[in-house]
Design a protein around this ligand. Structure first.
Ligand code: SAM
Length: 472
């Protein structure tokens, strides 16, 4: 029944295959011979199967766990260097007709203020985000065909791209909206979106149906097959994720990798990125009501094992997590983070008092973007506002090829330097600017290709003179 090439949810996320995988992992988690064989394969840095990765996740032998962490760090360094890409979520509307029991937007929640941004309000939000320095957004909306139809989403995307405030511009709009039709995915593709993001929440069908008791999202197959429809519509950068805490993490981990394998098997392109959100407190939602919460150590191991199993997929961690937790995960494989985020509708232009706030969930890392940038640089990372790949047509298979041959550094490193320079010129505090200028001088020296190096130095001068948006 298990068939990674099938387009049927229950065949590519085959329940029996997940259970078999977990059984295999449990039975072999102390089998040093098998573990070493898997670790040796992982050292080739070309990924692991869901079975192999599930076994590493289960392994508790301290020396082997250390090897897993060391390898995750190495793979991260090889594929992503010290770059960390920045983005912010933009909540358009919290009207929703679904009944998701973990989400405060659920239809029965009568005390959360409902709000949908007008196009003028979107312009205000985007200006505020541009004033922080953001270039890449992920738009978020509840599912409501009347209040948030696809036409509203498309109009909003256009509005966002059109806002040009001072030196600011949003150059990549990623979209996190409910599963939809091929026709609507085509429209999103034509609107020039970056990545289509959809979290599976849980891959366990039985739990999924209980956690989504009503509304269109109740349909497990429709939700799980959404990425197939998105790919069919031409969106070849898709981003997966599960909401950790809802179901047993081992199940989710194995199934998430099966989903990635399915995309690769069926479309020749794995996920562009994988998000690892954990459930948080929110209006009407108590995370303790879900008894599958995972501690920070388990979470770190999950991140490390994803990094090893899927080296080509970016990994995203949001401000749901604290500064300390993010710091640990950056080191183990995370390549993209949000910063200065607000999870309420209209939260950037006009922050609300808590009583009137429509926030989706509590944010743990509440630092302003400038502080996040400074912190990243002090930790030795190179913050990047790059949006170049998809604008240069490096998406889907093309992106994967460049990524797999590790040539992506030739583009990402210079683009990171140039977009950081823009940030320093336009938005940084004096202290951040000083640290950033020093970092840029150091990073330029690491560019191997002399031609690229010379071009970057030229472009940095032009940025100082007011030029913007140079990219490879
Ligand atoms: N409504 C869209 C859908 O149906 O997929 C997506 C937008 S929703 C704003 C984005 C994500 O927030 C959801 O997919 C879910 O994983 C996450 N989320 C919902 N409630 C949450 C909570 N209490 N804590 C953390 N994340 C939550």
């Amino acid at each position: 029944m298990y068939n990674p090439k099938s387009h049927k949810a229950e065949e590519f996320i085959c329940h029996e295959e997940v259970l078999d995988t977990l059984k295999y992992a449990e039975e072999n988690k102390n089998n040093l011979e098998v573990i070493d064989k898997i670790l040796n394969k992982a050292r080739l840095k070309k990924g692991l199967t869901h079975r192999e990765a599930a076994l590493l996740l289960d392994c508790d032998i301290p020396e082997k766990v250390e090897e897993i962490y060391a390898l995750a760090r190495e793979i991260k360094q090889d594929y992503y260097g010290n770059r960390i890409v920045l983005f912010a979520p933009l909540y358009l509307s919290n009207y929703c007709v679904n009944g998701c029991v973990y989400c405060p937007y659920h239809l029965k929640n009568k005390h959360i203020p409902r709000k949908k941004l007008t196009q003028d309000e979107i312009r205000q939000e985007v200006s505020a985000l541009q004033d922080m320095g953001h270039k890449r957004l992920a738009i978020e909306a509840g599912e409501d065909p009347v209040n948030n139809p696809i036409e509203y989403i498309l109009e909003s995307i256009k509005t966002i791209y059109d806002v040009k405030h001072k030196n600011g511009s949003i150059r990549r709009v990623n979209v996190n909206i409910a599963a939809t039709t091929v026709e609507n995915y085509k429209k999103l593709h034509d609107a020039g979106i970056g990545t289509y993001i959809l979290f599976q929440e849980t891959y366990n069908k039985e739990s999924y149906e209980k956690l989504h008791p009503s509304g269109p999202k109740h349909n497990y197959a429709y939700h799980t097959e959404a990425m197939d429809r998105a790919m069919e519509a031409g969106i070849d950068d898709v981003s997966l994720g599960v909401l950790f805490g809802l179901e047993l993490y081992r199940y989710e981990f194995a199934a998430l990798l099966m989903h990635a394998e399915h995309l690769e098997a069926a479309f020749g392109v794995g996920p562009h990125a994988i998000s690892v959100p954990r459930i948080k407190h929110a209006d009407d939602i108590d995370p303790d009501a879900f008894d599958n919460g995972i501690d920070d150590d388990t979470f770190a191991k999950i991140v490390a094992c994803i990094r090893i199993a899927a080296p080509y997929a970016g990994m995203i961690i949001s401000t749901r997590e604290s500064k300390e937790c993010r710091e640990r995960l950056l080191n183990l494989g995370v390549s993209q983070i949000s910063g200065g985020s607000k999870t309420s509708v209209g939260g950037y232009f006009k922050p609300m008092p808590d009583s009137e706030d429509s926030a989706q969930f509590d944010v743990s890392d509440r630092r302003p973007l400038d502080e996040v940038i400074k912190w990243l640089m002090e930790l030795g990372y190179l913050p990047s506002f790059c949006t170049s790949c998809y604008r240069e047509g490096r998406t889907g298979e093309r992106f994967m090829e460049i990524c797999k041959s590790q040539q992506i550094h030739n583009f990402c490193e210079p683009n990171a330097i140039m977009t950081l320079k823009e940030y320093l010129e336009d938005y940084a505090s004096d202290e951040t600017k000083e640290i950033g200028e020093k970092l840029i001088r150091k990073e330029i020296e690491t560019i191997q290709n002399e031609k690229i190096k010379t071009a970057v130095i030229e472009n940095l001068k032009k940025i100082e003179q007011g030029g913007r948006d140079y990219k490879f």
